[in-house]
Design a protein around this ligand. Structure first.
Ligand code: FUB
Length: 318
């Protein structure tokens, strides 16, 4: 059974959900109909602002707090406001977002507010050392980690370590798959401390997932949540359209592949967040059901998820 969209007055995607002050806040992309045909570069995802949504609980009325950050307010960004995330630290709220800058490369920016619902004011420059797309931030005690990365239109295959190498393509065969990146954030959340690291995602034998293992290898939408002393890295496998997860006892990994969370939905992309609210766990994700299957016009949804006694996430029904 496919649940209802959380909102249907605008198209929304890539929902990053957080609980602030016991209320659920969701930070999605805001899809719009641009008339651009679908291609592997993702040109059809040409978004120009972000809205914030909130609700008392999953299933209760959803408030649209309006456009809280617009492309024209971000000096360094040229186009494509893709999947954002938000975090709270020391009473301030931070919206992390990717955008394509004027040189054609995606970078990640940060915008600040005193309130979870914004509006947010963007820093004048992207975060130094950031690249690619799909930022997700975990505040873990005194530490904050920025996870990011996405293949194809998200450009991650064109990086060798942290250096842009346009000739580099997605590996094939038994080469190790490309993995998301992680970096420690400074106390003011505006910069990366130390080196950006490539994460490790290993199979049950402790071997890196192979590049040709398209059913399990990372593609985009990294998200890390913590349950007990276990860190769960969830992500999309992209061209095979699964949501999967891996676990670790460290926020930076290595992560061991754990299984599938969700089967493919209507639409090409799939992108998730997982959050605890009042002792229950929820998966926020999107599909293209609201637009009758148009890949770039998506709608966010939420459903409760469950774990078994060993901590495995039980697959959800689509
Ligand atoms: O919304 C644009 C892109 O589509 C996101 O950044 C990806 O994760 C995919 O959902």
């Amino acid at each position: 059974m496919s649940e209802s969209p959380l909102v249907s007055h605008i198209y929304t995607a890539d929902p990053s959900a957080h609980v602030f002050n016991d209320r659920i806040y969701v930070y999605p992309s805001h899809d719009r109909d641009t008339g651009v045909s679908d291609n592997d570069n993702g040109d059809q995802y040409d978004m120009v602002d972000y809205h914030v949504f909130s609700m008392d609980d999953v299933g209760s009325e959803v408030t649209d707090h309006g456009a809280v950050l617009k492309l024209e307010e971000i000096p360094w960004a040229e186009k494509q406001l893709w999947a954002p995330d938000a975090a709270e630290r020391n009473g301030k709220y931070y919206l992390f977002f990717p955008a394509r800058s004027h040189d054609g490369l995606f970078r990640i920016g940060v915008a600040l507010s005193d309130k979870p619902e914004g509006p947010f004011a963007a820093e004048p420059e992207p975060i130094a050392g950031s690249y690619s797309i799909d930022p997700a931030v975990l505040v873990d005690g005194q530490d904050a980690f920025l996870y990011f990365g996405g293949l194809w239109g998200g450009q991650l295959q064109h990086y060798n370590g942290n250096l842009h190498d346009p000739a580099r393509e997605e590996p094939t065969g038994d080469s190790p798959a490309i993995n998301p990146r992680v970096a420690r954030l400074s106390d003011d959340m505006k910069s990366i401390v130390g080196e950006v690291q490539e994460m490790e995602i290993l199979d049950e034998q402790g071997q890196p997932l192979r590049a040709d293992d398209h059913n399990r290898r990372f593609f985009e939408a990294p998200w890390v949540h913590k349950r007990g002393d276990t860190y769960y890295l969830s992500y999309s496998t992209g061209n095979t359209h699964y949501l999967v997860y891996a676990t670790s006892k460290s926020p930076t990994g290595p992560f061991i592949y754990g299984g599938r969370i969700m089967e493919p939905v209507v639409g090409w992309t799939t992108h998730q967040s997982i959050v605890e609210h009042r002792g229950r766990w929820f998966l926020f994700h999107h599909d293209s059901s609201l637009s009758g299957g148009r890949n770039s016009l998506r709608c966010m949804k939420a459903k409760e998820i469950f774990y078994d006694e060993a901590g495995h996430i039980l697959p959800v029904k689509v």
